[in-house]
Ligand binder design. Structure first.
Ligand code: GLN
Ligand code: ZN
Length: 749
């Protein structure tokens, strides 16, 4: 027997929600700009949900989830649903939707909730604030309302909720919480609300509810595992409830598996792509009385599934559990909608790809073949077309003091040099010029002239303001990864392959499908032009190998470290060409260094070792006289300070202002042995800090770092700001730096 809908025999744990043509993005932006009304926005949401369900049903998927749509973020939805709205936002709007957007985006007076990455994906969620006095209550009925919406279309759905344990583990203590308090302390109160919600869903006639607990695939302490046990025993023992499926994903469940197995939940979902090893462990037999939701079709990449391999695995698992459901390895939120629209892709590559719709078709096929054995179709060729590069040469650079002296002699920078992170505002005219080039309305020469005039403007502005190390402003780049992907062999880019990053923001991750190499220099032309305009050094600006790979869909047949190694080789060649063109400072950005960090602690050191190695391979060909910068954009760098040190860059710029310079309290920061630029301007905010405020942040840096190592820079690139803001803020950076230079050095240093 197979599990009937709405759980099986095949299902997806979640689906993209931005709309196949980014309808949600447009609807949100129209609403925020006051071009549409709340009813318009709500109607778009409802239409998108209906279209998704109907499409999934048309593709033959028997079991449909509901509750996977969101106007901004599902973690924020959950916070609001359970009443966890910090008091300061309550006055922000009469309607709950306004409160919701105030938490997501801030208002004139209020900063938004903190946003951070969802596990090791490139999706970002809003971090709930939970305190001792957070009043949990069931504050909405969206899960029930969506069940009704689907039913009106003749469809039964399985509501999906963020599980209570993951919700609390992702939250942060509300400001002012006593030390020692953790949001998980509030589990009993939160469970009461989940209990109420489950009862309401049962009363609505709902058969199954899916509770997502991806946090269980990371390392969890004994008390955290005990919380899992408590949560699912308690919810399992509710007198009136639907059957429960706890979905785990993004890795292997590990010690949480026996814990879940010991609770009354009826089904457990496992990621059998990333957590493939679980299938061969004896612990799996603990699930023998449960339904196993077997995630065998990857929700994290765009490659076709090896159906025969997946089928063999499913057949092997079936006798070991009560029943089996064929599922995606995780929600399909992280893949684009439909490959069919990518008509410009190379057919050979296309035949190896699957986006969300194609993955759904795979799930349906797998369940069908599992139920009715049939002759296997021809296998898909998943091998890569060309061989792998040999490894590169090692580190040719001298120790830092030798390099620092050579660079000081060449660059002759003042103390506390002022620089920026690379990008300057991307104006509407620039985007229009790029679109015109694409559409064939502007020729290449016309476009390049447009970019050059922008570079000239940026260089003149920086000279006028008195910055010390200039940038060209990156006007030629649509995106710091896509631009390089477009110029490297081994990558393909899509036309419509949008994936949600946060809220209305989407990216089109490039597809890294073959061996990577650099057919020709990429950035040299622009850097050389910028340098020709000024006697001050202009930084060459490259994206690092880890970041390029982290923000792409990576070929499945090679270990990640080898793929990153190939990209590092290409970056190394670009560094050499920039040097040859007379560029004296080269920045290699690695904002995604921490993103690929494995969720399990025991795998982290090996990752950091090869990631650092790749960075050094990219940069170690530079001469001692070339100053290598790197940029990382998160302040909680503590976990990887050792790795940042290992990068061995001459100067490291990091986000700091945004988090109130907490970074400077890290012991490893005070002892940082090379140049460091803790950001003194929070570029995420339209606010322009005055020179006094910048000066205070600078003084804070000078209290913990030697004066000859400190750089003065914004937190990150200026791409999203306006020229008016940038001009004023950078002017204040220069003023503050000049003022600090005039102060006598403190005796401590
Ligand atoms: N050089 C890039 C820029 O300034 C860095 C962006 C980033 O760190 N995300 O835009
Ligand atoms: Zn940054």
């Amino acid at each position: 027997m197979t599990v009937p809908p709405p759980l099986g025999p095949s299902t997806v744990l979640g689906y993209p929600r931005i709309g196949p043509r980014r309808e949600l993005k447009r609807a949100l932006e129209a609403y925020w700009d006051g071009r549409s009304t709340r009813p318009d926005l709500l109607a778009t949401g409802q239409a998108l949900r209906a279209a998704s369900w109907q499409r999934l049903a048309a593709l033959g998927l028997p079991a449909l989830p509901s509750g996977t749509f969101s106007f901004y973020d599902h973690v924020l939805d959950t916070a609001q649903l359970v009443g966890a709205v910090p008091d300061r936002y309550r006055a922000a709007g009469a309607d709950p939707l306004d409160t919701y957007f105030a938490m997501a985006r801030g208002t004139d007076r209020l900063a938004p909730l903190r946003m951070t990455k969802w596990f090791d994906t490139n999706y970002h969620y809003l971090v709930p604030e939970i305190g001792e006095s957070t009043q949990f209550r069931l504050a909405g009925d969206q899960p029930v309302a969506e069940v009704r919406e689907a039913r009106a279309l003749g469809l039964a759905t399985r509501p999906v909720l963020l599980g209570p344990v993951t919700f609390l583990l992702l939250a942060q203590p509300a400001p002012g919480s006593p030390s020692g308090f953790t949001p998980l302390d509030r589990l009993p109160d939160l469970l009461a609300v989940y209990g109420q919600l489950l009862a309401a869903l049962a009363a609505e006639g709902v058969d199954w509810v899916q509770l997502d607990e991806p946090a269980l695939v990371a390392d969890r302490t004994g008390p955290e595992l005990a919380a899992v046990r408590t949560a699912y025993r308690e919810l399992g023992e509710l007198p009136q409830r639907p059957r429960l499926c706890v979905a785990t994903y993004f890795g292997e469940l590990g010690p949480a598996l026996p814990v879940l197995a010991g609770t009354p939940v009826e089904a457990v979902g496992l990621d059998l792509v990333r957590g493939r090893a679980a299938a061969s462990r004896p612990e799996l037999d603990r699930l023998r009385d449960k339904v196993l939701v077997a995630g065998v079709v990857s929700g994290r990449d765009v490659w076709r599934t090896d159906l025969d391999g997946a089928l063999a695995l499913l057949r092997e698992l079936r006798p070991r559990v009560r029943e089996l459901v064929v599922a995606g390895s995780c929600p399909l939120l992280h893949v684009p909608y439909d490959l069919a629209r990518e008509t410009e892709l190379d057919p050979a590559l296309r035949s190896r790809l699957a986006f969300a719709e194609q993955k759904v078709a795979e799930l349906v096929t797998l369940a069908d073949r599992l139920a009715h054995p049939a002759p296997a179709p021809a296998p898909v060729d998943m091998s890569a077309p060309t061989p792998v590069h040999p490894p590169a040469a090692g580190n040719g650079r001298s120790p830092y003091p030798v390099r620092a002296a050579a660079q000081a002699a060449r660059l002759r920078l003042p103390p506390l040099p002022v620089t920026t992170i690379g990008s300057f505002p991307q104006t509407g005219e620039l985007r229009a010029a790029r679109a015109a080039l694409q559409a064939g309305q502007l020729d290449q020469a016309g476009y390049e002239a447009r970019v050059e005039s922008e570079i000239e403007l940026v260089v003149r502005l920086q000279e006028r303001l008195g910055l010390d190390v200039l940038v060209h402003g990156e006007p030629e780049r649509n995106d710091m990864v896509q631009y390089f992907a477009e110029h490297l062999a081994g990558f393909a880019t899509t036309r419509h392959g949008w994936v949600q990053s946060y809220g209305s923001r989407c990216t089109r991750p490039p597809i890294l499908h073959g061996d990577v190499h650099r057919p020709a220099p990429i950035t040299v032309r622009w850097s050389r032009y910028a340098q020709s305009l000024t006697r001050k050094p202009v930084k060459g600006m490259l994206t690092g190998p880890v970041t390029i790979v982290a923000w792409s869909f990576v070929r499945p047949d090679l270990p990640l470290r080898e793929v990153v190694g190939q990209v590092a080789e290409a970056v190394r060649e670009e560094v050499a060409d920039l040097e040859a063109a007379g560029i004296s400072v080269i920045q290699v950005d690695e904002p995604a260094l921490r993103e690929l960090l494995p969720l399990r602690g025991d795998q982290q050191p090996a990752y950091l070792a090869w990631a650092v190695d790749a960075y050094r391979r990219a940069t170690s060909g530079a001469s001692d006289r070339t100053q290598i910068h790197t940029h990382l954009c998160y302040s909680d760098a503590d976990q990887i300070v050792a790795a940042i040190d290992g990068l061995d860059a001459d100067v490291t710029t990091v986000e700091s202002a945004r988090s109130g310079a907490r970074l400077l309290a890290e012991p490893a920061v005070a002892g940082f042995p090379r140049g460091l630029g803790p950001g003194v301007y929070d570029i995420h905010s339209p606010r322009v800090p005055d020179a006094a405020e910048v000066g205070e942040l600078l003084a804070a840096a000078l209290r913990v770092l030697p004066r000859d190592r400190v750089w003065v820079n914004p937190d990150c690139g200026l791409k999203t700001r306006s020229y008016a803001q940038v001009e004023a803020a950078l002017g204040n950076l220069v003023t503050a730096a000049r003022h600090a230079r005039a102060q006598p050095a403190s005796p401590a240093h």
